[in-house]
Design a protein around this ligand. Structure first.
Ligand code: SME
Length: 176
Protein backbone atom coordinates (compact mmCIF):
# COMPACT_ATOMS: atom_id res chain seq x y z
CA UNK A 1 0.00 0.00 0.00
CA UNK A 2 1.33 3.48 -0.79
CA UNK A 3 1.39 5.83 2.18
CA UNK A 4 -1.30 8.20 0.84
CA UNK A 5 -3.84 5.35 0.82
CA UNK A 6 -3.88 5.55 4.64
CA UNK A 7 -5.89 8.77 4.24
CA UNK A 8 -8.56 7.15 2.04
CA UNK A 9 -11.78 6.56 3.95
CA UNK A 10 -14.61 4.68 2.24
CA UNK A 11 -17.83 6.62 1.67
CA UNK A 12 -20.61 5.68 4.07
CA UNK A 13 -18.48 4.50 7.00
CA UNK A 14 -19.74 5.25 10.50
CA UNK A 15 -17.89 7.67 12.79
CA UNK A 16 -16.73 4.73 14.92
CA UNK A 17 -15.36 2.95 11.84
CA UNK A 18 -13.58 6.13 10.67
CA UNK A 19 -11.93 6.59 14.08
CA UNK A 20 -10.96 2.91 14.19
CA UNK A 21 -9.26 3.34 10.81
CA UNK A 22 -7.46 6.48 12.06
CA UNK A 23 -6.15 4.57 15.09
CA UNK A 24 -5.21 1.53 12.99
CA UNK A 25 -3.37 3.61 10.37
CA UNK A 26 -1.68 5.76 13.02
CA UNK A 27 -0.46 2.64 14.84
CA UNK A 28 1.04 1.34 11.58
CA UNK A 29 2.64 4.71 10.71
CA UNK A 30 4.19 5.06 14.18
CA UNK A 31 5.91 1.68 13.88
CA UNK A 32 9.63 2.56 13.82
CA UNK A 33 8.94 6.31 14.01
CA UNK A 34 8.91 8.27 17.30
CA UNK A 35 9.42 11.85 16.06
CA UNK A 36 6.49 13.93 17.36
CA UNK A 37 6.39 16.35 14.39
CA UNK A 38 6.28 13.49 11.92
CA UNK A 39 3.62 11.55 13.85
CA UNK A 40 1.31 14.47 14.68
CA UNK A 41 1.55 15.73 11.06
CA UNK A 42 0.39 12.39 9.70
CA UNK A 43 -2.31 12.17 12.38
CA UNK A 44 -3.65 15.62 11.43
CA UNK A 45 -3.98 14.36 7.86
CA UNK A 46 -5.74 11.16 8.96
CA UNK A 47 -8.20 13.10 11.15
CA UNK A 48 -8.95 15.68 8.45
CA UNK A 49 -9.70 13.06 5.80
CA UNK A 50 -11.67 10.91 8.27
CA UNK A 51 -13.97 13.80 9.25
CA UNK A 52 -14.47 14.84 5.65
CA UNK A 53 -15.57 11.34 4.66
CA UNK A 54 -18.44 11.47 7.20
CA UNK A 55 -21.90 13.04 7.24
CA UNK A 56 -22.68 16.42 8.81
CA UNK A 57 -21.73 17.68 11.35
CA UNK A 58 -18.40 15.78 11.20
CA UNK A 59 -17.71 16.84 7.60
CA UNK A 60 -17.96 20.47 8.71
CA UNK A 61 -14.69 20.20 10.67
CA UNK A 62 -12.65 23.28 9.70
CA UNK A 63 -9.51 22.77 11.78
CA UNK A 64 -7.78 19.63 13.08
CA UNK A 65 -4.38 19.67 14.69
CA UNK A 66 -2.10 19.97 17.65
CA UNK A 67 -0.60 22.37 20.15
CA UNK A 68 2.47 21.21 22.08
CA UNK A 69 4.36 22.48 25.13
CA UNK A 70 6.50 25.50 24.23
CA UNK A 71 10.04 24.63 25.31
CA UNK A 72 11.06 28.29 25.39
CA UNK A 73 8.25 29.77 27.56
CA UNK A 74 6.90 28.07 30.70
CA UNK A 75 3.19 27.27 30.84
CA UNK A 76 2.62 28.02 27.19
CA UNK A 77 1.41 25.96 24.23
CA UNK A 78 2.76 26.47 20.71
CA UNK A 79 1.15 25.53 17.41
CA UNK A 80 2.00 22.13 16.00
CA UNK A 81 1.03 20.38 12.74
CA UNK A 82 -2.59 20.88 11.59
CA UNK A 83 -5.02 21.00 8.66
CA UNK A 84 -7.14 24.13 8.24
CA UNK A 85 -6.56 27.86 8.16
CA UNK A 86 -3.59 29.64 9.78
CA UNK A 87 -4.04 29.60 13.59
CA UNK A 88 -2.90 31.35 16.79
CA UNK A 89 0.80 30.62 17.36
CA UNK A 90 0.90 30.46 21.15
CA UNK A 91 -1.70 29.92 23.91
CA UNK A 92 -0.96 30.49 27.60
CA UNK A 93 -1.98 27.75 30.06
CA UNK A 94 -5.44 28.56 31.37
CA UNK A 95 -6.46 30.58 28.31
CA UNK A 96 -9.16 29.44 25.88
CA UNK A 97 -10.33 25.88 25.41
CA UNK A 98 -6.81 24.61 24.70
CA UNK A 99 -5.23 26.32 27.71
CA UNK A 100 -8.04 25.01 29.94
CA UNK A 101 -7.40 21.43 28.78
CA UNK A 102 -3.64 21.92 29.30
CA UNK A 103 -4.08 23.15 32.89
CA UNK A 104 -6.76 20.68 33.95
CA UNK A 105 -5.45 17.65 32.05
CA UNK A 106 -9.08 17.01 31.11
CA UNK A 107 -10.75 16.95 27.71
CA UNK A 108 -13.04 19.86 26.85
CA UNK A 109 -16.17 19.21 24.76
CA UNK A 110 -17.59 22.61 23.76
CA UNK A 111 -20.95 22.42 21.90
CA UNK A 112 -21.08 26.20 21.36
CA UNK A 113 -17.86 28.22 21.56
CA UNK A 114 -19.83 31.43 22.22
CA UNK A 115 -20.78 29.96 25.61
CA UNK A 116 -17.22 29.04 26.62
CA UNK A 117 -15.78 31.94 28.64
CA UNK A 118 -12.43 32.97 27.19
CA UNK A 119 -12.71 30.94 23.98
CA UNK A 120 -9.99 32.11 21.57
CA UNK A 121 -11.46 32.70 18.12
CA UNK A 122 -8.53 31.92 15.81
CA UNK A 123 -11.06 31.39 13.02
CA UNK A 124 -14.50 33.03 13.18
CA UNK A 125 -15.91 30.03 11.29
CA UNK A 126 -15.44 27.73 14.32
CA UNK A 127 -18.70 27.16 16.23
CA UNK A 128 -17.89 24.08 18.31
CA UNK A 129 -14.67 22.50 19.49
CA UNK A 130 -13.16 19.50 21.23
CA UNK A 131 -9.76 19.52 22.92
CA UNK A 132 -8.14 16.39 24.35
CA UNK A 133 -4.86 16.52 26.28
CA UNK A 134 -2.04 14.03 25.83
CA UNK A 135 -0.54 13.03 29.14
CA UNK A 136 2.83 11.38 29.63
CA UNK A 137 4.36 10.68 33.04
CA UNK A 138 1.48 12.57 34.67
CA UNK A 139 2.18 15.75 32.67
CA UNK A 140 0.42 17.27 29.65
CA UNK A 141 2.81 17.15 26.66
CA UNK A 142 0.44 18.29 23.89
CA UNK A 143 -3.25 18.63 23.05
CA UNK A 144 -5.43 17.52 20.13
CA UNK A 145 -7.71 20.36 18.98
CA UNK A 146 -10.58 19.93 16.51
CA UNK A 147 -12.95 22.75 15.46
CA UNK A 148 -16.25 22.47 13.60
CA UNK A 149 -18.04 25.16 11.60
CA UNK A 150 -21.42 24.20 13.12
CA UNK A 151 -22.58 24.00 16.76
CA UNK A 152 -22.76 20.54 18.39
CA UNK A 153 -20.07 19.20 16.06
CA UNK A 154 -18.80 16.65 18.58
CA UNK A 155 -20.19 14.16 21.10
CA UNK A 156 -19.06 11.57 23.65
CA UNK A 157 -18.09 9.18 20.84
CA UNK A 158 -15.57 11.76 19.56
CA UNK A 159 -14.26 12.26 23.09
CA UNK A 160 -13.83 8.53 23.64
CA UNK A 161 -11.95 7.88 20.37
CA UNK A 162 -9.84 11.04 20.60
CA UNK A 163 -8.81 10.05 24.13
CA UNK A 164 -7.71 6.68 22.74
CA UNK A 165 -5.76 8.48 19.99
CA UNK A 166 -4.22 10.85 22.56
CA UNK A 167 -3.00 7.88 24.64
CA UNK A 168 -1.51 6.26 21.53
CA UNK A 169 0.30 9.47 20.52
CA UNK A 170 1.53 10.20 24.05
CA UNK A 171 3.16 6.78 24.22
CA UNK A 172 4.35 6.57 20.60
CA UNK A 173 6.32 9.83 20.37
CA UNK A 174 9.41 11.30 22.01
CA UNK A 175 8.17 14.69 23.25
CA UNK A 176 11.55 16.42 23.13
N1 SME B 1 -10.20 27.97 19.98
C1 SME B 1 -8.99 27.57 20.64
C2 SME B 1 -7.77 28.20 20.02
C3 SME B 1 -7.10 27.34 18.99
S1 SME B 1 -7.94 27.30 17.51
O1 SME B 1 -9.28 26.74 17.69
C4 SME B 1 -7.09 26.45 16.35
C5 SME B 1 -9.06 27.91 22.11
O2 SME B 1 -10.00 28.58 22.57
O3 SME B 1 -8.16 27.51 22.85
Amino acid sequence: MVHADASTFAAGVSKAEAYQQVIEQATALFDGQRNWVCNTANTASLLWHAFHSLQSPSNRVNWAGFYVLDKTVANQLILGPFHGKVACQTIAFGRGVCGTAAVSGESQLVPDVDHFPGHIACDGDSKSEIVVPMIKGGKVVAIIDIDCAVADGFDEEDRQYLQQLAELLAESCDWK
